[in-house]
Design a protein around this ligand. Structure first.
Ligand SMILES: C[S@@+](CC[C@H](N)C(=O)[O-])C[C@H]1O[C@@H](n2cnc3c(N)ncnc32)[C@H](O)[C@@H]1O
Length: 289
């Protein structure tokens, strides 16, 4: 039975299955360029099992959400134990590899396109000069897409990322005398001695508890400034599972940061209240006393 490409519909999205009228549910990756091939019985069996598993997962997530979350957490914990990687690393590596935030220009979403970062690039250049910043830690640096267009002058740049594939890629493409990329987890890694830490579009993807851990970790560094994303009109900080997104306001419960020293408009094409805000590290109420 041949798989004609015209009979294949890609549903994209979450489970990345394609529906083929002639055969079964086929994973998109296996189907690429397969037009005209005859799938073997074993192949169809695997694919059918995958499909049943995916439908079961979908059923569980809709009808037994807490059971589903528990099973997901347990599976992540097991994977973390077996691979000796943190759950954070597993989740964000999966998002990166699966193209979860892939946009036309960058792996970090449309908010990181050159058009959408024009203002913050400008403001960052001014900031580096104004405060004579010698060293900047950009964590997370993602794929270094917009940042490569910032004129950092003589400032030493360190990009930190939890996804090793991005660190290797960035070092291969962009490493220079004044610029390097390191594998860091903003929650747990001992951060290098720098003058300022930039943390754009990261905390809004973390559960509340992890945001607190990140802020506590940042607070232990020697940096004078933290520049990070916040949403000024957001009135309530909701909890999410790791890797999802919601707006956060760092001046609201449970973070209670004071008013920032500067805010830079960071309109990402979606949220008009999004800014990069600059805090003095000494103003951060972390760790909680
Ligand atoms: C939406 S991207 C933003 C990247 C970059 N700051 C930008 O503006 O384009 C979020 C990045 O955070 C990274 N990340 C998530 N959790 C992290 C953690 N605990 N430590 C370091 N990086 C993390 C992800 O791997 C991803 O590359």
């Amino acid at each position: 039975m041949a798989i004609a490409r015209r009979n294949v519909r890609d549903f994209g999205g979450k489970n990345k299955y394609v529906y083929c009228r002639d055969v079964q549910f086929l994973p998109a990756s296996l189907n690429k360029g397969q037009a005209g091939n005859v799938p073997t019985a074993q192949y169809i069996r695997i694919v059918t099992q995958l499909s049943i598993l995916s439908q079961f997962k979908e059923y569980l997530s809709q009808h037994q959400p807490s059971l589903y979350r528990g099973a997901k957490d347990a599976s992540l914990a097991l994977q973390s134990l077996l691979t000796r990687r943190s759950v954070q690393e597993i989740v964000f590596t999966r998002i990166y590899r699966g193209g979860g935030w892939k946009a036309e220009e960058t792996a970090s979403g449309v908010g990181s396109s050159l058009v959408n970062t024009a203002n913050i690039r400008n403001r960052l250049e001014t900031f580096l000069k104004k405060y004579s910043i010698q060293t900047l830690l950009d964590i997370p640096c993602g794929d270094f897409h917009w940042m490569q267009h910032v004129d950092v002058g003589r400032t030493k740049y360190i990009g930190g990322e939890i996804v090793r594939g991005l660190v290797d890629r960035n070092n291969r493409l962009y490493r220079s005398e004044n610029r390097s990329f390191l594998h860091f987890d903003i929650l747990t890694s001992r951060l290098p001695e720098v003058d300022a830490i930039l943390c754009r579009d990261c905390l809004s993807h973390l559960p509340l508890q992890d945001i607190v851990r990140a802020l506590e970790n940042i607070r232990t560094s020697t940096a004078a400034f933290l520049i990070t994303s916040t949403y000024l009109e957001c009135t309530e900080n909701q909890d999410i599972s790791m890797g999802k997104f919601r707006r956060i306001n760092l001046m609201r419960e449970p973070f209670f940061l004071s008013a920032p020293v500067e805010t830079w408009e960071d309109f990402d094409g979606q949220y008009a209240d999004k800014v990069l805000a600059v805090w003095k590290l000494t103003d951060l109420p972390f760790p909680a006393s």
